[in-house]
Design a protein. Structure first.
Lengths: 81, 141
């Protein structure tokens, strides 16, 4: 388990493996901010499609951000029936 | 000769535009304040555009191209504000309504894009702007 206070102290996208272990984190804002005025907190993520499958789109503050990854997204809705 | 120089200049411009972001680094694709602080629910359509709620103002759905150009794709009716967005394989976009819990909207995104393109070219009236949005109440929340 990852403590909530730990996550809130560094706005980021956390990468967790199926065993629940942190395998990576990507900052989206400065660490150790005042919690009342914190910026850079992401709200949601989505992988791109096609040539952008390795891009992770993230909604942060008032913008759309993206992160280039080595891994690609998996989309259940486009699997062959 | 001039054509060659022009082509070289264009090629270098294209290369600059396509400079890949650094691995594992979050970088902004849209300008600050293009969305409201209520930005949520990014979802990719089949062309690779990213749709997210609250572009320019609350209650809209924005569409951003992979190169970062954003626009209002549609406005939800009434005081509805979107939250999560998902697509199915047929191009239908589903939007959860954050204001009326238990309610959502469906919109056939390709049809909406076609209507918007016709409207922009003056071949269709503005009436079609709101047509392809359907609201439905599921089990009450």
């Amino acid at each position: 388990m990852i403590p909530e206070s730990y996550v809130a102290s560094r706005p980021d996208v956390l990468v967790v493996n199926p065993a629940g272990e942190e395998v990576g984190f990507i900052p989206t804002g400065a660490a150790d901010q005042d919690q009342a005025t914190v910026t850079g907190l992401p709200s949601n993520v989505e992988f791109g499609i096609g040539k952008d499958s390795h891009m992770l789109y993230v909604t942060v503050d008032t913008s759309l951000y993206r992160i280039r990854l080595k891994s690609v997204g998996f989309r259940v809705q486009y699997r062959a029936q | 000769m001039n054509t060659l120089i022009l082509q070289a200049a264009l090629a270098s411009l294209l290369l600059v535009g396509q400079a890949e972001e650094k691995l594992f680094v979050a970088s902004p694709l849209t300008m600050p304040q293009e969305f409201t602080p209520g930005i949520e629910g990014p979802a990719c359509d089949q062309e690779g555009n990213i749709l997210a709620v609250n572009f320019a103002k609350q209650g809209t759905i924005g569409r951003v191209t992979p190169s970062g150009k954003g626009e209002v794709f549609l406005e939800l009716p009434g005081d509805s504000v979107g939250n999560g967005i998902r697509f199915d394989r047929d191009g239908f976009m589903y939007i959860a309504d954050y204001v009326r819990r238990g309610t959502g909207f469906g919109c056939h995104a390709p049809a909406r894009a076609k209507a918007a393109a016709l409207q922009a070219s003056g071949e269709a009236s503005g009436e079609e702007h709101h047509l392809p949005v359907y609201g439905k109440r599921s089990k009450s929340a």
